[in-house]
Design a protein. Structure first.
Length: 647
């Protein structure tokens, strides 16, 4: 039973808790006037969240710091003037697929996805370039005036200049690597749903730094665990200790809302869950008496205390009363005093998950805790992940074998993750129609895994894969067979994997979504204005009549509208010819758009009769000023709920 607090709420603590939910990186540890550790607000960090420049802060505190951290924070917060351009030629089932492949810098991609997928992604998988000292890095140099950054971010970079080598003279510096990942992690957090999970593959070189950085970004309370994966049984012989594993670090957006699905149980294991609670959930009983090493009272005296039983209901309490009158203490079968597996405070918190049973011929009372079976959306019984994965199917060598099988024995990628590993990761978190985001797609194993799982369990998971068009090495086998970039390898892998998945599905394959819509990051569709009004010449004004770049198509404009409006980028798109003009309809009537010239009142009326939720036209496309003026009136009359905009 909880005791009355007998004091008013601690508003400071409450405010700090609210702030930690919005900005977990701004809540840290400090000492109060009595020298006691307490939670505190890092006001320097909080100022940085609302600043358009680097804020200096000399205050001493417990946190992870490195040169360039504030610049990385600025990089995450700074706006960009870019867009996503559709590429039908690279896509499969462009008009109907719900999967996306975004080609470009993932920092830009995360910013462009903010409006559309804010709080909607169930699983984010990150397999970043490891900090080996010579094989990456994304060079995000944002230590500059925000206006200068905004101007620079408008410019195209056909050479891919933001991907540079980590010079050998730098060695394996932590700072550059941390800055690269820090900006991206901050943006991934906002995309996670409340019950969303981020899983990051990492080796030992940056494991410790990554853990601390994730504590800051996601909040230490949202750490779910770390899994060691036996990736190379032989071990890396070039090291002093031959490393045989890699790690998978798991964090959540809100741990209280997360239930990891784990992996399917077999029939033998399911049979252990013999009991059902009042909600119909199956569970098994696990003894609360500690049976392992150090299970004696003298080992942990604070975990030896009586628990009282109500014989009629089998419920338990920590306090003796007329209802709870039977005392139970933990004892070992040898007769030595034993101890409970949980301490008194934990038992008090979890009383509803504890019950008593009479055991043995003498019907002696013993205490058990309920262990509920996990059920996914498809009613499949599952078990929790363990912290060590050692199955032979997830040996990393399998990843290369699988990729060679898809590409006629060609070795196109150095260290592809094995399909079984990604299937295990995805199925353990995402089910149904959940969205899976792969931040560093690489050889696109994650996209392959999503399609394969959907075929196996009839799910409808969606994948968003992001890959920078990093050039293939000139003398690599990939370059020799015609692949110019890693992004091209990834797209071709998805095409081939999709066909293989569909083939294995047989008659059921027709309903599988094995397509993907390719979107490439590019400069804004809008023309740059380099001069202020007083610097402009009269002859230049004619160039500004149309504010759209000459090389942009109507479909380019449509996707900029989807990005700006926060409309799902994977919704089905249909084109219709109305009065001789091409009109796009997104997901039926979610959005109607026409960017053709000479838009008339009659065309506007025909579109308004469809009552779309949103409608957009090109600002320079109206046949006359009167049509432009009449648009709002026509929609007010025929479709008053439609939101109208112009480009």
């Amino acid at each position: 039973m909880e005791k009355l607090k007998l004091h008013t709420p601690d508003l400071v603590a409450s405010n700090i808790q609210k702030l930690s939910e919005l900005f977990p990186n701004c809540v840290t540890e400090s000492r109060d006037e009595h020298g006691k550790l307490t939670r505190a607000v890092d006001f320097d960090q909080l100022r940085q969240e609302f600043a358009g420049h680097v804020v200096d802060g000399p205050r001493e505190r417990y946190h992870l710091d490195w040169p360039g951290k504030r610049e990385a924070m600025l990089a995450a917060n700074a706006p960009i003037a870019k867009t996503l351009r559709p590429c039908r030629g690279d896509s499969v089932d462009f008009d109907t697929t719900r999967n996306l492949f975004i080609e470009g810098d993932n920092l830009d991609a995360l910013k462009l996805l903010q409006e559309t997928y804010l709080g909607k992604v169930k699983l984010i998988y990150i397999d970043p370039p490891y900090n080996t000292g010579n094989d990456f890095v994304y060079s995000d140099d944002f230590a500059e005036d925000p206006n200068r950054y905004l101007q620079r971010s408008n410019q195209s970079d056909d050479s891919g200049g933001r991907l540079v080598a980590n010079a050998s003279t730098d060695g394996r510096f932590h700072s550059v690597w941390l800055s690269m990942l820090y900006a991206r992690l901050r943006l991934t957090r906002t995309l996670l749903s409340d019950d969303g999970v981020v899983l990051i593959s990492i080796d030992s070189h940056e494991n410790a730094s990554l853990r601390r950085m994730c504590d800051e970004v996601f909040g230490g309370a949202n750490f779910l665990g770390e899994i060691s994966i036996l990736s190379n049984p032989r071990g890396r012989q070039s090291e002093q200790i031959a490393t045989t594993h890699e790690s998978l670090i798991a964090f959540s957006r809100n741990q209280d809302a997360v239930t990891l699905l784990g992996e399917p149980l077999d029939d033998v294991a399911i049979a252990e869950y013999k009991h059902s609670d009042d909600k119909g959930r199956k569970y098994r009983l696990l003894g609360l008496r500690h049976r392992g090493n150090a299970s004696r009272r003298i080992d942990r005296p604070n975990m030896y205390f009586p628990i009282y039983v109500n014989g009629a209901t089998r419920r338990v309490s920590l306090e003796r009363s007329a209802t709870f009158d039977t005392e139970v203490v933990p004892r070992k079968s040898t007769g030595e005093d034993g101890r409970w597996e949980w301490g008194r405070d934990t038992v008090a918190e979890r009383l509803s998950a504890i019950e008593a049973q009479q055991v043995g011929a003498e019907k002696r009372w013993d205490i058990f805790r309920r262990d509920h079976i996990i059920v996914d959306n498809g009613s499949t019984y599952r078990k929790k992940w363990k912290s060590i994965w050692y199955e032979s199917s997830i040996n990393y060598q399998n990843g290369k074998t699988e990729l060679k099988a898809l590409f006629g024995e060609k070795i196109l990628f150095d260290y592809p993750k094995p399909l079984a590993l990604l299937k295990k990761i995805v199925s353990g978190v995402a089910a149904g129609a959940d969205i899976v985001l792969d931040l560093f797609a690489g050889s696109a194993t994650t996209a392959h895994a999503v399609m394969a799982l959907n075929q196996e369990d009839q799910g409808s998971r969606r994948v968003i894969a992001i890959q920078f068009p990093e050039a293939c090495a000139t003398e690599s086998e990939a370059a020799m067979v015609g692949f110019r970039s890693i992004a091209e390898i990834a797209k071709e892998r998805i095409r081939r994997a999709g066909e293989a998945v569909k083939l294995s599905a047989g008659l059921h394959g027709h309903s599988l979504d094995v397509g993907f819509r390719v979107l490439k990051i590019d400069t804004s569709n809008m023309k740059d204005v380099f001069y202020t009004p007083d610097e402009s010449k009269q002859g230049d004004l004619l160039k500004q009549i149309d504010n759209i770049r000459e090389d942009r198509t109507p479909e380019d404009l449509l996707f900029q509208v989807l990005v700006d409006w926060g409309v799902d980028l994977a919704l089905p798109i249909a084109q219709e010819n109305i009065d001789g003009k091409t009109v796009f309809f997104v997901d039926g009537n979610a959005l109607a758009a026409c960017f053709d010239p000479d838009v008339t009142d009659d065309l506007v009326k025909e579109i308004a009769k469809r009552k779309p939720l949103r409608a957009v036209f090109r600002d320079s496309s109206y046949s006359s000023d009167s049509v432009k003026i009449n648009v709002e009136q026509i929609f007010k009359l025929l479709a008053p709920s439609t939101e109208i905009r112009s480009l």
